[in-house]
Design a protein around this ligand. Sequence first.
Ligand SMILES: Cc1cc2nc3c(=O)[nH]c(=O)nc-3n(C[C@H](O)[C@H](O)[C@H](O)COP(=O)(O)OP(=O)(O)OC[C@H]3O[C@@H](n4cnc5c(N)ncnc54)[C@H](O)[C@@H]3O)c2cc1C
Length: 404
Amino acid sequence: MRPDVIVIGAGLAGCASAYHLASDHHVLVLEQGDNPGAEATAQNAGMVRRLGEDPAERALAMQTWRFLSDPGADWAGLTVSKKTGALLGLCHDRWHLHDAAMHLRAHGVRVESVDAAGAEELAPILSGTPVLQGWWLPDEHVADPHAIMTGYLRGLRRMGAEIRCGTRVSHLIVSEGVITGVQTDEGPVYADRVVLAAGAWSATLGQTAGVTRPLFPLRRTVFATEAHPLSTPTHPWCWLDDAGLYLRPEGDGFLVSGCDEALDPPRPSPGSQGSPSPAASALTLDKIKRLMPKLADLRLSSGWSGLRTFAADRCPMIGQDPDVSGLWWAAGLGGFGVTCNYGVGQALGAWMRDAPTPWLHTASVTPARHLLRKFPIRPQGELHRPRLLDARSVPVRKNLRKLT
Ligand SMILES: Cc1cc2nc3c(=O)[nH]c(=O)nc-3n(C[C@H](O)[C@H](O)[C@H](O)COP(=O)(O)OP(=O)(O)OC[C@H]3O[C@@H](n4cnc5c(N)ncnc54)[C@H](O)[C@@H]3O)c2cc1C
């Protein structure tokens, strides 16, 4: 049967989108990997962070938080997330995230301002940390992306959607500005609507339809640590936002990242996960020693790196592409795809039915919005030491153009 909608990519973005379309569309999800959710969706730290820099991100995060707090029947028996609370600390700029905190408060989210002593009381690992100001969010979660995916996949099967793994889309098929389907390794598949939810591969696929929507895959490293007495299941996750260091309890130790960012477009095949570089481990250990003296003896035990894919304004790309009829985007979920996935699916599902989303302004996430000419990335995770990339063209593996 000819699908109404093809979704390219079975990560959080693709599955959330398909989930919100499958009740009244015949949806086919095409995934190049052997299993759904094996790329960025399997590589993250699982923190659900509503206090983000961008208003659209916060709107999507608030929708997703509500879902995580009370997921539906498709998630029965699964623990999709647990409430841990979160402490966001600022070491350089006490006003950073101030407007974001006020926005969340206006929506009823509990956000409290704390000083260094207050931060230490709530989060003992911050004892001795040079925090100028902190934001305490007692209701923040840590999510299990695998459990979220399991519920989406259950729901998709229940609604009769088809998920075809091991099928790579090589290009989009467009005729006179209208999408008619996709070309796969196994032949063409035709549909009137195609959703690009291919994570780090989305921009390159978009180019095959003649549209240039630059998205930048930035590699980041996460480490697991050896056991530490300050790691307790009830300790909140902590993020020194402007300095670029986060930790959350995991087992007897922590998951930790020095928030490194390096442009790294993927090969045209599955397998974006990498090993930690010596530089990433040195950066993380140095930051722990300087910024979290209570953890100076912490040892890294293992780690991995993965791709967070951003538009130049770090805002997601969601919605219909105005230049190719029938092409839709659910991409650019950067470092907030766990935080925002359900909201992304809700928005896409609503807009494909011509329904409004009073909680999200379409223009702020449209793929055709005006984007910056240069993209400031944070190689060392520090907000005040950016490096500028040329943001006008889709980065490709063999031709990384850097402006510093
Ligand atoms: C190190 C790291 C830490 C992170 N920490 C957090 C966090 O704490 N909190 C948070 O909210 N977010 C976090 N994230 C971000 C989050 O993981 C991502 O935003 C999210 O997983 C993106 O989902 P996606 O579906 O867009 O991409 P992906 O999960 O990469 O899925 C895209 C899918 O498309 C498929 N695909 C690509 N090309 C093709 C093709 N041609 N044909 C068929 N299929 C194709 C891929 O195989 C893949 O399965 C982190 C990410 C990383 C890497």
